[in-house]
Design a protein around this ligand. Structure first.
Ligand code: SAM
Ligand code: DTB
Ligand code: SF4
Length: 346
């Protein structure tokens, strides 16, 4: 288990030096500090009470029937030197994912235009790097400009950033940088040994200081305890300010990874985690992220009741399948959901 030094709920949180675009900051909303215990108590509420609270918070801040469609593209696949136990793109595991080179501008433009035509408003490019080199960041900056030219919001997830990288991406027009905390600090070392929790926090500070919006969430269903799920949400909610965008992924079990045979999590526990993310980060876009392929329509519907207002849309995540776009649009029709960019009410 790694030693981590992260801000606990009642300690001084991370300091940010630059102006940022956080809705909480714009609205000058004082941010509450959450203890892990308080969050665990939320997770343990009777299900109806939890849904009611989450839906009440959601309705106070957002149109409850508006959901964002974000499309993913793996712009650099596989061959990653990190050993994240869930990830099919790590060189440490034999998963059949082939390593590729960074995609070019024209292929990315075509994928972004296709996503836009299908109704997406956000385009997220993922790269299987531990940390991009300077020349990688320059190349991705060109891809960001290409995505922005299509009129879509641009997001990228490239691994750990060094000083100056976030500024280059910001200047190219990047709206969000995705960098997940992934698990509670006291579970992190059980899943990843090649970096520690503090490395993740350091990159988040760089992103925030550059004025790029933060997309940061985690994965549930990796064998963590409920207390550790509360620990993950506490870390996210106590970032100051908390992320503008919070992807809650359900583990996608991939053959060849150490977590391939992980026992199933009760789907209602996943719904509870979404609800608690909504309650503790009321102005964030909370994304029902990876794992929908094996989730029933009813569980997904409960996630929207719990306050999820974003999904990954398109038949592929990075390397694994996602529901077909038309199946998602049919589900939205049945639920009376509209698609668009959720913006918190003033
Ligand atoms: N290499 C970069 C990094 O780790 O930050 C960016 C790409 S990485 C694939 C982005 C995120 O995908 C991870 O932080 C993790 O949350 C998610 N992810 C990867 N494999 C997953 C899986 N099998 N199930 C659910 N989420 C997964
Ligand atoms: C996030 O939180 N989930 C996405 C995105 N950010 C980059 C990735 C999910 C990956 C699922 C496994 C795969 O398809 O390789
Ligand atoms: Fe590499 Fe990211 Fe996969 Fe970890 S999650 S192995 S850092 S691509």
């Amino acid at each position: 288990m790694n030693n981590v030094s992260t801000p606990l709920a009642n300690e001084q949180p991370l300091t940010f030096h630059a102006p940022h675009k956080s809705p909480a900051a714009k609205a000058r909303v004082a941010q509450r500090v959450w203890t892990v215990q308080e969050i665990k108590e939320l997770l343990e509420l009777p299900f109806n009470d939890l849904m009611f609270q989450a839906q009440t918070v959601h309705r106070a801040h957002f149109d409850p029937n508006l959901v964002e469609l974000a499309t993913l593209l793996s712009v650099k696949t596989g061959g990653c030197p990190e050993d994240c136990g869930y990830c099919p793109q790590s060189v440490h595991f034999d998963t059949g994912v082939e390593a590729g080179k960074l995609m070019g501008v024209e292929a990315v433009r075509a994928a972004a235009l296709e996503a836009k035509a299908a109704g997406a408003t956000r385009f997220c490019m993922g790269a299987a790097w531990r940390a991009p080199k300077d020349r990688d960041v320059e190349a991705v900056a060109e891809l960001v400009k290409t995505v922005k030219d299509t009129g879509l919001e641009a997001c990228a997830t490239l691994g750990m950033l060094a000083d100056g990288h976030a500024e280059i991406l910001r200047d190219a027009g990047l709206d969000y940088y995705n960098h997940n905390l992934d698990s509670a600090p006291d579970f992190y070392g059980d899943v990843i040994t090649t970096r520690d929790f503090q490395d993740r926090l350091d990159t988040l500070v760089r992103v925030r200081n550059a004025g790029v919006s933060v997309c940061c969430g985690g994965i549930v269903g990796m064998g963590e305890s409920r207390l550790q799920r509360a620990g993950l949400i506490a870390e996210l909610a106590n970032l100051a300010p908390y992320p503008e965008s919070v992807p809650i992924n359900h583990l996608v079990k991939v053959e060849g990874t150490p977590l391939a045979n992980q026992a199933d999590l009760d789907p209602l526990e996943f719904v509870r985690t979404i609800a608690v993310a909504r309650i503790t980060m009321p102005l964030a876009r909370v994304r029902l992220s990876a794992g929908r392929q094996t989730m029933s329509d009813a569980v997904q519907a409960l996630c929207f009741v719990a306050g999820a207002n974003s999904i990954f849309y398109g038949d592929k995540l990075l390397t694994t399948p996602n529901p077909q776009g038309n199946a998602d649009l049919e589900l939205f029709e049945r639920l009376g959901l509209k698609t668009g960019q959720p913006v918190p009410r003033p």
